[in-house]
Write a protein that binds this ligand. Structure first.
Ligand SMILES: [Zn+2]
Ligand SMILES: [Zn+2]
Ligand SMILES: [Zn+2]
Length: 123
C-alpha cells in the first residue's frame, strides 16, 4: 500500500499541526460515513508531538485494514486514526515488518510486536 503524505499545516513549539490522516482535513467521519471524524473531533487538524513518523500500520490512512487490504469500520489502533505517531527520537525501519507495521504471518494483520505497528524502531 502506498504511504499517503500527511500535510504539515504549521509548527508549534515541540509540536506539529497536521492535516488529519483519517478525514484528510474534512472533519467528517469517513469510517462510519456520518458525524464527526473520531481522530480529530471534527476539526480536520491534529496536533502531534515531534518527532513523529507517518503510521506504518495504516500507511497514514487512519483506517484499519485486514491483511488482504479490506478496510474495516475501525480507526487504526496504532495512530488512533491520526495517520502519524510520535517517536522518542532517531528511528530506523523496523527489521521485523520492514516498515509495514504488520505481523506478516498473521491473518488478521495485527500490529507488529516489535515496533507496535509504527513501522520504525529506535535507531
Ligand atoms: Zn479527522
Ligand atoms: Zn495508523
Ligand atoms: Zn515492525
Amino acid at each position: 500500500m502506498e504511504q499517503r503524505e500527511i500535510k504539515v499545516l504549521r509548527k508549534e513549539e515541540g509540536y506539529a499541526v497536521l492535516e488529519c490522516g483519517l478525514c484528510e482535513g474534512t472533519g467528517a467521519d469517513p469510517v462510519i460515513g456520518f458525524g464527526k471524524c473520531p481522530a480529530c473531533g471534527g476539526r480536520g487538524t491534529i496536533r502531534v508531538r515531534e518527532p513523529y513518523v507517518q503510521c506504518g500500520y495504516c500507511s497514514s490512512e487512519g483506517i484499519h485494514r485486514d491483511r488482504r487490504g479490506f478496510p474495516r469500520r475501525l480507526t487504526c489502533s496504532v495512530c488512533s486514526g491520526k495517520g502519524v505517531v510520535s517517536v522518542p527520537g532517531e528511528t530506523k525501519t523496523c527489521p521485523a515488518c520492514q516498515g509495514s507495521g504488520r505481523t506478516l504471518t498473521d491473518e488478521f494483520g495485527l500490529p507488529c510486536a516489535i515496533c507496535s505497528g509504527k513501522g520504525v524502531v529506535r535507531a
